[in-house]
Design a protein around this ligand. Structure first.
Ligand SMILES: Nc1ncnc2c1ncn2[C@@H]1O[C@H](COP(=O)(O)OP(=O)(O)OP(=O)(O)O)[C@@H](O)[C@H]1O
Ligand SMILES: [Mg+2]
Length: 339
């Protein structure tokens, strides 16, 4: 056994490496963007490949299917596996995923023709929630309150499109909040410069989203969303409260770790749906419909590592709660190597 781990900064990579070191597992840090990556897998007799895909990187999104599907073909075990990854950072793909297994997704509709989208807009109750395939932190999620607004949105998606990476100063509140956590002024300056560079590069590389429109029914009166993450046999979660005067919770930074407030129905659904998908690691976002029934709004492989370290414990499949600290990245590896 020899594990290739894609060397990504700031993700699960460091904990995966630590796990290998502590357990005497042979591993190799690799760069999946190298032209001869498959040759390297052969030469090194790689048996497993792990990649903490980065939703904010257009490069990751373009290249992961090439390398990981090819690795599957070479009988190399992959993490995330095909079932976990084919819908990664693609809300339209997720619509098909959830429909195929009859999972409780908020009613979602996609159009690939402008006229069909306009017809739908004219016969739908407003507001509607419009989303791009890509995005995190609510950047590409917006409320369509009027027909004029909806028509303009549809027109844009069937002409010049919308770049899914926000401008450097977009979502300013969120960036300011993160910046405030960095106390060392030199570190802050370095991070800020690094961020502007990265953002410029991402905006120039990201394709404009176009040729489709994706709407979800608006679920009113939700003050928070519930995020449940399933890693194999365990689940953990938080509630995220909405940004001020906004229906969107993701990106607000208002996290609540009180597990007694988490609706166990969401945990049950997350376990069930993950099993149906055949997923290794999936994060589900839930809101409530008018009848207070939890509905999924999206799913994602991967999550921000440090934020969830504050979770006070996890649930097992029988919904019993195990209090204490835990290391989801180590659990991922344990499960993966047992597969
Ligand atoms: N159909 C809906 N009805 C009501 N509120 C919604 C709906 N869909 C999303 N929201 C709210 O908007 C937020 C952002 O939506 P969503 O999770 O789909 O986007 P995202 O930018 O991909 O988020 P993330 O950062 O979690 O990946 C959610 O956290 C939720 O609070
Ligand atoms: Mg979300």
């Amino acid at each position: 056994m020899k594990i290739a781990i894609h060397n990504r900064e700031g993700g699960f990579t460091e904990r995966w490496v630590t796990y290998c070191q502590q357990n005497g597992i042979e591993y190799l840090l690799v760069n999946c963007f190298e032209n001869n990556i498959l040759e390297l897998f052969k030469k090194e007799s790689i048996t497993h490949l792990m990649w903490h895909l980065n939703h904010a990187s257009s490069q990751d999104l373009m290249v992961y299917p090439y390398v990981m599907n090819a690795a599957d073909n070479m009988d190399i075990k992959t993490f995330p596996n095909f079932n976990t990854r084919w819908h990664f950072d693609d809300k339209v793909a997720q619509k098909y995923l959830f429909e195929s297994i009859c999972a409780p997704l908020v009613k979602s509709t996609v159009f690939y023709e402008k006229e069909d989208a306009i017809k739908f807009l004219n016969t739908s109750e407003l507001p509607l929630v419009a989303k791009l395939k890509r995005g995190a932190g609510s950047t590409n999620v917006k409320l369509i309150n009027s027909k004029t607004e909806g028509e303009e949105y549809i027109r844009k998606l069937f002409s010049e499109g919308i770049v899914s990476t926000a401008t450097a100063l977009g979502n300013f509140d969120q960036k300011l909040r993160i910046a405030k956590q960095i106390k060392d002024p030199i570190k802050l300056a370095k991070k800020t410069i690094g961020f502007f560079k990265k953002n410029k590069r991402e905006r120039s590389l990201a394709n404009a989203e176009k040729g489709y429109v994706y709407f979800q029914e608006f679920m009113p009166n939700n003050a928070f969303d519930t995020r449940i993450i399933v890693v194999g046999e365990i689940a953990f979660g938080i509630r995220r409260f909405n940004k001020e005067n906004d229906f969107r919770a993701s990106g607000s930074g208002k996290l609540d770790f009180d597990v007694s407030k988490i609706d166990l129905e969401t945990v049950k659904i997350a376990f069930n749906v993950t099993e149906k998908i055949g997923g290794q690691c999936l994060a589900f976002d839930f809101v409530y419909d008018k009848n207070k029934v939890p509905k999924i709004v999206e799913v994602c492989f991967g999550f921000s590592m440090k934020a969830y370290d504050a979770c006070p414990g996890y649930w097992k499949k029988d919904l019993s709660f195990v209090a204490g600290t835990f290391n989801p990245q180590a659990i991922m590896m344990e499960n993966f190597l047992k597969e």
